[in-house]
Design a protein around this ligand. Structure first.
Ligand SMILES: *[C@@H]1O[C@H](CO)[C@@H](O)[C@H](O)[C@H]1NC(C)=O
Ligand SMILES: *[C@@H]1O[C@H](CO)[C@@H](O)[C@H](O)[C@H]1NC(C)=O
Ligand SMILES: *[C@@H]1O[C@H](CO)[C@@H](O)[C@H](O)[C@H]1NC(C)=O
Ligand SMILES: *[C@@H]1O[C@H](CO)[C@@H](O)[C@H](O)[C@H]1NC(C)=O
Ligand SMILES: *[C@@H]1O[C@H](CO)[C@@H](O)[C@H](O)[C@H]1NC(C)=O
Ligand SMILES: *[C@@H]1O[C@H](CO)[C@@H](O)[C@H](O)[C@H]1NC(C)=O
Ligand SMILES: *[C@@H]1O[C@H](CO)[C@@H](O)[C@H](O)[C@H]1NC(C)=O
Ligand SMILES: *[C@@H]1O[C@H](CO)[C@@H](O)[C@H](O)[C@H]1NC(C)=O
Ligand SMILES: *[C@@H]1O[C@H](CO)[C@@H](O)[C@H](O)[C@H]1NC(C)=O
Ligand SMILES: *[C@@H]1O[C@H](CO)[C@@H](O)[C@H](O)[C@H]1NC(C)=O
Ligand SMILES: *[C@@H]1O[C@H](CO)[C@@H](O)[C@H](O)[C@H]1NC(C)=O
Length: 448
């Protein structure tokens, strides 16, 4: 008897061990191989740390039926942090209805093969999304830490329609950003689809050494209320960031460099329906110091957009773009920014540089020049056509004073308006008329 008992006990034990092994093996079987997207052809300079192989696999369970999976997700991430690989299996749908603070990550891969959808409980998220202390930005989650890779071919869905409709009623609601990379150091985010963000798609803040590759962004409203402020990426207080090989279909900046964005490369993007690749807006907050330096934007296809290359700086005087966007009086510099290679189609302005952002009265803007200088800007190798909107103009180059705007080079820009002109509105930039055809003034629209 005793012997039989002992035998059955050890059989049980053996089968438990076996099933754990099988679990582990099947988790390993469904794990994606970490992709390798080289940073090319341009690189901001600073080398990335290597990311060691992971030695453990965890699988996230989905509860189904729109039930909140946040606890399952947090559990799997905690279990596999420090050297593991977390799989969100293919064809499964995960729901997130709780703000997740994931700033503790270290040596981890998040392999998102399925779909993660955020709930559209606008009351909960307005109270609980993470406040990032800049332009009222909030994020559904914050992902930060060291040595993190996110990939897998899956989808992050912001379920934005409820937000687009609510924003039409009240511009002061706080709409969460879909992807918050906050305090992330040494990371790759690749092969993912971002859908229907309530606001910006990605905020990269307090981060360094992060590369985004092969991200596909798409979303829009199905009601009469448009999806507003859906920037592709906004970088803030971040250094050594690459955004490459991606497709963006959105309704605001394709990429935007906000205060203290340095050493950034953006390359090989296809942007449709956006507001261009933008520096700024900067100088919004009086007395605050903003730097955007060493930026290289290369090989961009820009269609159906308001702008191609854009630099927007607030003047020294208080100005208002809208009820929820006001500012002016900030300090700092935009320096060493290159836009090299852009192909345009149906874009309102190929190039827009303004130091009078939010200020319609140019006399007032010139009276209170910006304390945020613009210098060492190169814009080259552009081709294509603008939209009819500002025809005969194809660009707008307006500084607040020549003293705070210098060394702007525009070379090999072969862009025409639909009527065949290539005129720019120019103001307060010394010598700009030797580089481009400034509209002479008022009605004539001549080309000198
Ligand atoms: C797993 O990886 C972590 C982090 O890289 C490391 O600290 C740990 O020693 C590894 N464990 C094994 C069993 O290899
Ligand atoms: C970034 O770090 C600074 C300094 O630690 C902190 O004040 C700020 O809240 C952090 N987050 C953002 C989004 O700037
Ligand atoms: C932030 O929101 C408040 C109201 O909630 C508004 O008064 C303020 O103008 C907003 N700030 C910015 C920078 O949008
Ligand atoms: C909220 O999200 C659910 C799940 O995706 C969806 O069925 C519902 O229509 C959404 N509600 C609104 C008001 O958009
Ligand atoms: C430019 O980007 C496109 C993708 O938008 C890519 O197919 C092409 O190879 C890139 N060209 C160069 C010269 O890098
Ligand atoms: C591109 O954007 C335009 C205008 O915003 C939109 O009508 C069109 O459907 C978009 N095209 C694609 C391929 O996404
Ligand atoms: C930007 O960096 C400068 C210099 O380090 C600092 O003084 C300033 O406060 C920073 N601004 C922001 C918005 O973080
Ligand atoms: C200007 O920026 C480029 C990258 O865009 C960088 O390679 C170069 O070193 C920077 N120049 C200076 C003087 O910092
Ligand atoms: C631009 O918009 C038009 C019409 O809205 C659309 O047919 C075209 O495909 C868009 N261009 C791109 C590159 O998506
Ligand atoms: C623009 O500003 C100037 C200078 O302050 C002022 O004299 C003028 O009345 C303003 N124009 C308008 C239309 O407000
Ligand atoms: C900023 O610019 C304004 C107007 O041009 C000027 O009056 C003010 O002294 C400047 N402030 C600083 C801190 O430089």
């Amino acid at each position: 008897m005793r012997f039989v008992n002992l035998l059955s006990f050890s059989l049980l034990q053996a089968s438990a061990v076996l099933s754990t092994l099988l679990d582990d093996r099947s988790a390993k079987d469904i794990a994606s191989k970490r992709p390798n997207h080289p940073i090319q052809p341009h690189h901001p300079g600073k080398a990335f740390q290597s990311s060691p192989e992971r030695n453990k696999t965890c699988t996230v369970k989905s509860s189904g039926n729109g039930k909140d999976d946040s606890e399952n997700i947090l559990q799997a991430i905690k279990e596999c942090n420090n050297g593991g690989h977390v799989v969100f299996p293919k064809n499964e749908k995960f729901t997130i209805g709780t703000a997740l603070d994931l700033t503790f990550l270290k040596h981890i891969d998040l392999d998102i093969q399925g779909t993660i959808q955020f709930t559209n409980d606008t009351v909960y998220w307005q109270a609980n999304a993470f406040k990032q202390g800049f332009q009222n930005a909030t994020t559904f989650f914050q992902l930060g830490g060291e040595d993190v890779n996110v990939y897998g071919g899956g989808t992050l869905d912001g379920n934005g329609q409820a937000w687009y409709d609510l924003y039409a009623k009240d511009i002061y609601i706080l709409r969460p950003i879909l992807f918050g990379a906050i305090g992330l150091e040494g990371a790759s985010i690749s092969d993912l689809k971002f859908r229907y963000s309530p606001q910006w798609y990605t905020l990269v803040a307090n981060s360094s050494d992060v590369v985004f590759s092969n991200i596909d962004i798409f979303g829009g409203s199905v009601s009469k209320n448009p999806a507003k402020n859906t920037d592709g990426w906004d970088t803030y207080r971040s250094d050594n960031i690459i955004i490459q090989n991606s497709h963006i279909d959105n309704g605001d900046d394709c990429v935007s460099f906000k205060p203290n964005s340095t050493n950034i490369v953006v390359q090989n993007l296809v942007c449709n329906g956006s507001h261009g690749i933008s520096v700024g807006s900067l100088g919004q907050y009086a007395g605050e110091v903003d730097y955007v330096e060493n930026i290289y934007v290369y090989n961009i296809s820009m269609s159906n957009a308001s702008d191609g290359a854009r630099i927007k700086v607030w003047p020294g005087a208080a100005s208002a773009l809208s009820g929820d966007l006001q500012g002016g009086g900030g300090l700092g510099a935009v320096k060493n920014v290159t836009y090299d290679g852009m192909s345009l189609s149906n874009v309102d302005y190929a190039i827009e540089i303004t130091q009078c952002y939010g200020q319609k009265n140019i006399t007032l803007c010139n009276q209170f020049p910006s304390n945020l200088t613009i210098s060492d800007i190169t814009i080259k190798n552009f081709e294509g056509t603008t939209s009819k909107k500002y025809d005969p103009l194809i660009g707008y180059l307006q500084c607040s004073s020549p003293k705070v705007c210098s060394d702007i080079k525009i070379e090999n820009v072969n862009v025409k308006s639909p009527s065949g002109t290539n005129l720019y509105a120019c103001g307060s930039i010394t010598g700009i008329e030797t580089q481009v055809n400034c509209k002479s003034d008022g009605k004539k629209g001549g080309d000198s």
